[in-house]
Design a binder for this molecule. Structure first.
Ligand SMILES: NC(=O)c1ccc[n+]([C@@H]2O[C@H](COP(=O)([O-])OP(=O)(O)OC[C@H]3O[C@@H](n4cnc5c(N)ncnc54)[C@H](O)[C@@H]3O)[C@@H](O)[C@H]2O)c1
Length: 328
């Protein structure tokens, strides 16, 4: 039996953000149609080292492969000169269960599939015209979310904030070259929220930092940092003030996203109408219908995104002759 081993550099060369957006969008549509086997998330928390491990995966009906992904986030890593997140993906035959490939992506595929979900959210929820984009959290996601956003919306300026001033300075220095858009550092989060037409929150914060009183007509927020029950970026009143709340997966967001806190605090009732990303991508829900609406998308990261991106990376490696073969 042969197992394909594919390295990060080969994966980066072969899987583009554009292809990731298409694959992830199609995955959400299949999920909405009930055509995905989606197991619950397995989490291993290591608070003593500010670390966490998430295992996610899925099988999209009819696909020749299923995928299981292990992603880690150890948030003191940057002080060691390492990125916070890494991981790998495993691809198995959906006919026999035997392994087909190990994708040593070092977290790249998780980063790109998450950014793809942010772009899909913006496509259906942001106004066509979003001159100023705000980012809170100038780390890995703060970068790639904006790179993916640039594939679906044009914008003139990025306004960024991070608690860590060194990281913020590198962000505003490096990003203009990557996305070709002016990028400025903000003094505080309030000024970012008030000035933005579209806001991305991308931190592992455990305390909410976006206040409902700062929201304004037409704003879209993608909150993607909270993927564990103890994380929160938006005050729960932000969700109750929104005209439309969209989740990548309602069940997951009720347990580990912004929705979880809003339900727990009672600012959003159990009977509140919550739309899923797949409802938008499948055309069941129109998304934003009015320039003045305030929309919020809560992303916790769904196994179907991992199955979609891992399958894409595996197919690209096979087609392109990348990777090395391990004979078992
Ligand atoms: N929803 C998903 O599918 C998904 C996928 C990947 C990562 N995540 C989550 O996204 C978050 C960010 O991940 P990352 O890989 O970009 O991490 P990162 O460590 O690369 O970047 C996080 C940045 O946020 C900053 N920060 C932390 N708290 C802050 C605060 N209160 N205000 C402003 N800035 C703050 C840090 O200084 C850092 O620069 C994590 O919680 C991670 O678990 C979610």
């Amino acid at each position: 039996m042969d197992v394909l081993l594919v390295k990060e550099a080969e994966i980066r060369r072969s899987v583009s953000i554009e292809e990731a957006i298409s694959a992830v969008e199609a995955g959400f549509t299949r999920l909405a149609a009930g055509e995905v086997n989606l197991p619950p998330v397995l989490s291993l928390d290591m608070p003593e080292v500010k670390g966490e491990v998430h295992v996610k995966g899925a099988h999209i009906h009819g696909a020749g492969s299923l995928a299981i992904k292990v992603a880690t986030g150890f948030y003191d890593n940057p002080s060691l000169g390492l990125p916070s997140g890494t991981g790998m993906m495993m691809v198995f035959s959906s006919q026999t269960g035997f392994p087909q490939a190990l994708l040593f992506d070092n977290g790249y595929l998780t980063d790109v599939r998450t950014a793809a979900a942010g772009a899909v959210a913006a496509k259906y929820l942001a106004r066509e015209d979003v001159p100023v984009v705000g980012v809170v959290g100038a780390g890995a996601q703060g970068r790639i979310q904006i790179m993916a956003l640039a594939k679906v919306r044009k914008f003139e300026k990025v306004l960024a904030y991070d608690l860590d001033k060194t990281r913020l300075a590198s962000y505003v220095e490096e990003m203009p070259e990557i996305i070709g858009v002016d990028c400025q550092a903000a003094q505080d989060i309030e000024s970012v929220v008030r000035a933005s037409d579209l806001l991305v929150t991308a931190t592992p914060s455990t305390k909410p930092f976006v206040r409902a009183e700062w929201l304004h007509s037409g704003l879209h927020i993608t909150a993607m940092g909270s993927d564990a029950p103890y994380k929160q970026e938006l005050e729960s009143e932000v969700l109750s003030r929104a005209d439309l709340i969209v989740c990548d997966h309602k069940g997951q967001c009720s347990e580990r996203g912004e929705l979880h806190h809003a339900l727990e605090e009672g600012t959003v009732g159990e009977d509140h109408s919550i739309v899923e990303l797949g409802d938008l991508t499948s055309g069941r829900h129109p998304g934003r219908t009015d320039e003045s609406q305030i929309t919020v998308c809560d992303l916790t990261g769904v196994g179907v995104q991992d199955a979609a991106i891992a399958t894409l990376a595996y197919e690209k490696a096979v087609q392109g002759g990348f990777g090395s073969t391990l004979q078992l």
